[in-house]
Design a protein around this ligand. Structure first.
Ligand code: ZN
Length: 350
């Protein structure tokens, strides 16, 4: 099952720069914004959003043009970085000084080398490097890790080098030149143990990385769903008007509520079964029914992927009981495989 429409893929490959009229008109109805894959969206003066092409594994990006430099949100895969670099260059000749990794995953951090070669310093919350130490074992002197696995499937990664962020902040980091202010902040565990968000208080725009997505893209293997819900609660308290997710179309504040509601409903569904002491096999067997129930809820239906839901349900079950589903290895392998698929690894091999 492919979640990416052919139209979206075609739009992605067209990748033309089309600036919309500078707001607030374009954002008058943020619930259905005029955003397309590969299009540069001018959210506010000097603030841009770019929806990545999932068929190529690319994440969404943002960038802010300060008085003297540019800050890029997320490094993307190397090929994704190459897609947006000329789009930034077309807007400004100010130096791109910083590339912020919202978390450690390849589609958000493996392009760091591209940004370094273009004069930028990759930066992140300290948790990103802690996560890399867990999963990028090849880089840190152990057996091959995720980079090496990914390099087998992606030419852009095979041709590059892993460059962990070298400018780290333990909790917050603020960019403020008097005109623009960007607050990078770690609000807690969510999609990973090291997520950070970029909050623009003047414009009330929030870039979330994969702590919030808009569609069936929630890989939960490196995070904690219960804590994720609490972290989203803190994010909601910022009072964002516009939310730029890690994947999918940007939206209004309600996007955070939708993402949170999906996880709450998932925990509720599994929690009911745990309460009546269903066995791991019985809970596993109930996942198809749970998918039907979740899809019936209009607020969260777009988050439900039947294949991902198995791993998401197992994760919740493990958080609640400490037990895995039977044939767990296969399930988590499936989820990894699906995550790779979602991030385009198979599609770019050819
Ligand atoms: Zn991602």
């Amino acid at each position: 099952m492919c979640q990416i429409s052919r139209r979206k893929m075609l739009l992605g490959s067209a990748a033309a720069i089309t600036l919309t009229a500078t707001h607030p008109k374009a954002l008058a109805n943020p619930a259905s914004p005029p955003v397309e894959v590969g299009k540069v969206e001018n959210l506010a003066p000097d603030i841009y959003f770019h929806e990545g092409n999932l068929a190529l594994g690319h994440c969404n990006n943002g960038w802010i043009i300060f008085a003297d430099y540019v800050l890029v949100i997320d490094a993307n895969f190397p090929s994704g970085a190459q897609v947006i670099l000329p789009k930034i260059r077309a807007l400004t000749d100010k130096p791109i000084r910083f590339a912020f990794n919202t978390h450690h995953h390849g589609d958000h951090a493996y392009g760091n080398q591209v940004w370094i070669e273009n004069g930028a310093t990759p930066l992140a919350h300290t948790g990103v490097v802690d996560e890399m130490k867990k999963y990028e074992t090849g880089y840190y002197g152990g057996s091959p890790g995720r980079w090496e696995d990914t390099a087998k499937q992606r030419k852009d990664v095979a041709a590059a080098k892993l460059k962990p962020p070298s400018l780290l902040f333990p909790k917050d980091l603020i960019f403020d030149d008097g005109k623009h202010r960007v607050e990078l902040m770690h609000l807690g565990i969510a999609h990973t143990h090291g997520d950070a968000l970029a909050w623009l208080p003047n414009e009330k725009i929030l870039f979330t990385g994969d702590a919030c997505v808009n569609g069936p893209y929630n890989f939960v293997g490196d995070g904690d769903i219960e804590k994720w819900i609490a972290t989203l609660e803190l994010a909601r308290q910022l009072g964002a008007k516009f939310v730029c997710p890690g994947h999918g179309v940007f939206g209004a504040e309600s996007l955070l509520a939708d993402q949170q509601a999906f996880f709450k409903a998932l925990r509720e569904g599994i929690g009911k079964l745990v309460k009546v002491k269903k066995s791991p096999q019985q809970v596993k067997d109930s996942v198809a029914q749970l998918a039907t129930e979740l899809k019936a809820n209009a607020q969260i239906a777009r988050y439900v992927s039947e294949r991902l839901l198995m791993a998401q349900s197992e994760k919740v079950f493990m958080e609640m009981t400490g037990q895995k589903f039977p044939e767990t290895q296969k399930t988590s392998r499936d989820a990894q495989h699906w995550h790779s698929h979602q991030h385009g690894l198979e599609l770019v091999v050819a």
